[in-house]
Design a protein around this ligand. Structure first.
Ligand SMILES: *[C@@H]1O[C@H](CO)[C@@H](O)[C@H](O)[C@H]1NC(C)=O
Ligand SMILES: *[C@@H]1O[C@H](CO)[C@@H](O)[C@H](O)[C@H]1NC(C)=O
Length: 253
C-alpha cells in the first residue's frame, strides 16, 4: 500500500476481534470531514486525474464544495448559463451547472492476499438529471472501475463493477427516502488469479457480490462527485441540488 506522507496521527490502527488476526490499518479516518484543514490534507478539489469536466453537464470547482457542518462534506450543483461545453469521448456536452468533485490524495491498491474497505453515509438525490457518485477508477488505463454507489436520477442506487465497457456487473436497487442518511459499504478483496471480489452493502444489508478481472495490484483513485445530466437524464433541476457525505472511512481489510 503506497501512502502519501501523511501525519503519523492519521495512521491509526483498529483493534481486531481476534488477537491473532492482522490489524486493519486506517487509510482515511472518520475525522476527515471534521473541518476544512482535515479535508484538504487528504483530498484535492476537482477530478483526481486533472480537469473539471467529465461525462455530464457539470463543471466542477472548489467553490461548490464545503464542510457544511463539522463532519459533513456537501457538494452543491448550481444551474448556470453561458459556460463553454465539455468534451468527452470526442463529443461536446452542454454545461448547465457548476458543481464539485473531490479526489483522495492517496491511491488505493488491493494487494495480493489483501483487501480494502470503504464506508460512508450519504444524503444523495435521485431526481432526474442528478448524478451523485462515490467511486473508484484506475489511475493508469481503464478499467478497474468500481461504482461503490451512484444515483442516476431514476429513484435507485446503482452498484457497478467493470471488466470492460461492455462487460459490466451492475445492480440497481430501490432507494426510498433519499433525503435521509443511508449507509454504504464496499469491500474489495483478492480472490486469486488477479481477480478482486467486490461486496456491496446498503444500510448494513449485503446487496451483491461482483468480481473484477485483473484488479489486483492496480492503483485506484477515490472520487466523490456530483455530476449532472448525462446518464441521469436531461433536463436536470432548475434549482440548486446538494449531495452530502459523512462518516467516510477507508481501512485495509
Ligand atoms: C468479470 O471478470 C470476473 C473474473 O474473471 C468474472 O468472474 C465476472 O463474471 C466477469 N464479469 C462479467 C460481467 O463478465
Ligand atoms: C446555490 O448555490 C450557490 C453555490 O453554493 C450559492 O452561492 C447560491 O446562493 C445558492 N442559491 C440558492 C438559491 O440557494
Amino acid at each position: 500500500m503506497h501512502l502519501l506522507p501523511l501525519s503519523a496521527a492519521l495512521l491509526l490502527t483498529t483493534a481486531s476481534a481476534s488477537p491473532h488476526h492482522k490489524r486493519a490499518t486506517t487509510l482515511i479516518p472518520k475525522t476527515v470531514f471534521d473541518n476544512t484543514a482535515n479535508f484538504e490534507q487528504l483530498f484535492n478539489y476537482n477530478y483526481p486525474w486533472g480537469g473539471t469536466t467529465h461525462n455530464g453537464g457539470a463543471r466542477m470547482d472548489k467553490a461548490h464544495v464545503a464542510i457544511s457542518s463539522p463532519g459533513v462534506l456537501t457538494i452543491t450543483a448550481q444551474p448556470v448559463k453561458g459556460q463553454p461545453p465539455a468534451t468527452h469521448a470526442g463529443k461536446q456536452i452542454p454545461i448547465n451547472y457548476l458543481s464539485g468533485a473531490v479526489g483522495a490524495k492517496q491511491r488505493f491498491t488491493v494487494p495480493q492476499n489483501g483487501g480494502l474497505v470503504f464506508s460512508a453515509s450519504f444524503q444523495a438525490t435521485t431526481a432526474k438529471g442528478t448524478w451523485p457518485a462515490f467511486w473508484l477508477t484506475a489511475v493508469q488505463g481503464w478499467p478497474p472501475e468500481v461504482d461503490m454507489a451512484e444515483w442516476k436520477g431514476s429513484g435507485k442506487i446503482s452498484f457497478n463493477t467493470f471488466n470492460t465497457s461492455s462487460s459490466v456487473q451492475a445492480r440497481d436497487v430501490p432507494y426510498p427516502n433519499p433525503e435521509a442518511w443511508h449507509d454504504v459499504k464496499c469491500q474489495l478483496k483478492d480472490n486469486g488469479g488477479g481477480v478482486v471480489q467486490v461486496k456491496y452493502w446498503l444500510n448494513g444489508v449485503e446487496v451483491t457480490t461482483h468480481y473484477g478481472r485483473d484488479y489486483v495490484g492496480k492503483a485506484l483513485y477515490l472520487v466523490i462527485n456530483l455530476q449532472m445530466e448525462g446518464s441521469s437524464g436531461t433536463p436536470g433541476p432548475s434549482k440548486n441540488t446538494t449531495y452530502s457525505i459523512r462518516n467516510l472511512e477507508v481501512t485495509t481489510l
